[in-house]
Design a protein around this ligand. Structure first.
Ligand SMILES: Nc1ncnc2c1ncn2[C@@H]1O[C@H](COP(=O)(O)OP(=O)(O)OP(=O)(O)O)[C@@H](O)[C@H]1O
Ligand SMILES: [Mg+2]
Length: 292
C-alpha cells in the first residue's frame, strides 16, 4: 500500500502529520506520525477483495476494540481508530523505550560479573511474566506473545500487536496460528490444515511466553530447528511446522547461556510438548518464576 494523495488526505482527516514509514506491505502501512508534538504510530489497512485482506481488516478492528476496552492492561496505547473511504486505521501512542530483547542483550554483553548479570536479566524476565500474569488476571490472553512485541518503557513492560487477543472464555475466530518460532506444537499441528480457526489456550500462551523468556535469557531460540540461523527465514514453512511439532528444546548449555538450572527447569516445563504438562496459566507460571 502506498503513501499517496488518498492516504495524505486521510492523515489530514485524522489530524496527524507524516514522519516516516515503518512497514509497507501490500495493503497495510505502519507509519510514524505526529500530533500536537507527540509521536504516534498509525496502522492503516486498505480494503481488498481477498480473504487475507478481509481478515487483516478484521484483525485491525479487533486490535482497536481490545486496546480501547482495556487501556489499563495495555499501558494506555490506544489513541483512536476509524474507517474512511475503504481504509481502516488505528492510532496508538509511540512507545518511549526499547525492545526487552535489546535490554537483555545489553546486560548479557556489558556486565562481566555472572551473578550480577543474571540478577539483572532475571529482573527483566519477571517484569515480562508479571505483565502476562496481570493480563490473565484481568481476563485476557494476548495471543501473539513474541520478543518483537515486547518493549520496556522506563520500568514498565508494554506489549504491541493485539489483533489476536481475546477474553479467556471467548474464542477469537480470527486466530489461525501464530509466529512460527514461538508457537506451541499443538498449534503448529492445527496450522497445517491451514485456513481454519485454531484453538488458542492459556497453555499455548504459557508456551509462547516460555519461548520468549528463553530468548531473553539466552539470546537464542528455544527450539532446535536443525537449520543454520542464516537459512531459517528461507526454510519452507512445512519443514518449520514439522520441527515445532517435534519440539526439540535446546539446553542452556547447548546455546552457551549462563547456567541457571532452576530457571531452565521452569522454562522446560513451560515448553512441554504435552500442554497438560505445562503450567496451567501465565499466572501460575509467573508465581513459579517469582519463587526462584
Ligand atoms: N506503539 C508503538 N511504538 C513504537 N513502535 C511501534 C508501536 N507499534 C508498532 N510499532 C512498530 O511497528 C511494527 C509493526 O507493528 P505491529 O506488530 O503492531 O504490526 P503488524 O502489521 O501486525 O506487524 P506484523 O505483521 O509484522 O506482526 C513493530 O514491529 C514496531 O517496530
Ligand atoms: Mg507484529
Amino acid at each position: 500500500m502506498q503513501l499517496n494523495n488518498e492516504t495524505e488526505k486521510l492523515l489530514g482527516e485524522i489530524g496527524v502529520e507524516y514522519l516516516e514509514t515503518i512497514a509497507d506491505r501490500r495493503d497495510t502501512l505502519v507509519l510514524k506520525v505526529v500530533r500536537g508534538g507527540k509521536h504516534m504510530i498509525l496502522k492503516l489497512h486498505s480494503d481488498g477483495e481477498s480473504e487475507e485482506s478481509k481478515s487483516k481488516a478484521k484483525l485491525l478492528g479487533r486490535e482497536a476494540e481490545i486496546l480501547s476496552q482495556i487501556p489499563y492492561l495495555t499501558n494506555h496505547l490506544y489513541v483512536g481508530h476509524g474507517k474512511s473511504d475503504g481504509k481502516h486505521w488505528l492510532l496508538i501512542r509511540e512507545i518511549d523505550g526499547q525492545e526487552v530483547h535489546q535490554a537483555a542483550k545489553h546486560y548479557r554483553e556489558s556486565i562481566s560479573n555472572q551473578e550480577e548479570r543474571t540478577s539483572h536479566i532475571m529482573a527483566l524476565l519477571l517484569k515480562v511474566s508479571s505483565f502476562y500474569d496481570a493480563l490473565y488476571a484481568g481476563g485476557y490472553l494476548h495471543g501473539d506473545v513474541q520478543p518483537a512485541h515486547t518493549y520496556l518503557e522506563r520500568d514498565e513492560i508494554t506489549v504491541i500487536d493485539w489483533g489476536l487477543a481475546r477474553k479467556i472464555d471467548e474464542p477469537n475466530l480470527l486466530y489461525k496460528g501464530g509466529f512460527i518460532y514461538f508457537v506451541a506444537p499443538e498449534i503448529a499441528g492445527q496450522m497445517r490444515s491451514s485456513g481454519l480457526p485454531v484453538e488458542y489456550t492459556p497453555r499455548a500462551e504459557v508456551y509462547a511466553l516460555g519461548a520468549t523468556l528463553f530468548m531473553f535469557y539466552t539470546g537464542s531460540l528455544a527450539l532446535d530447528f536443525g537449520i543454520p540461523k542464516a537459512d531459517l527465514r528461507k526454510a519452507p514453512m512445512e519443514q518449520k511446522l514439522q520441527r515445532v511439532i517435534e519440539n526439540r528444546i535446546f539446553s542452556f548449555k547447548d546455546v552457551g547461556a549462563d547456567p541457571h538450572p532452576a530457571l531452565e527447569e521452569l522454562l522446560r516445563k513451560s515448553l512441554s510438548t504435552d500442554p497438560a504438562e505445562r503450567f496451567e496459566t501465565p499466572s501460575v507460571f509467573h508465581r513459579y518464576l517469582l519463587g526462584l
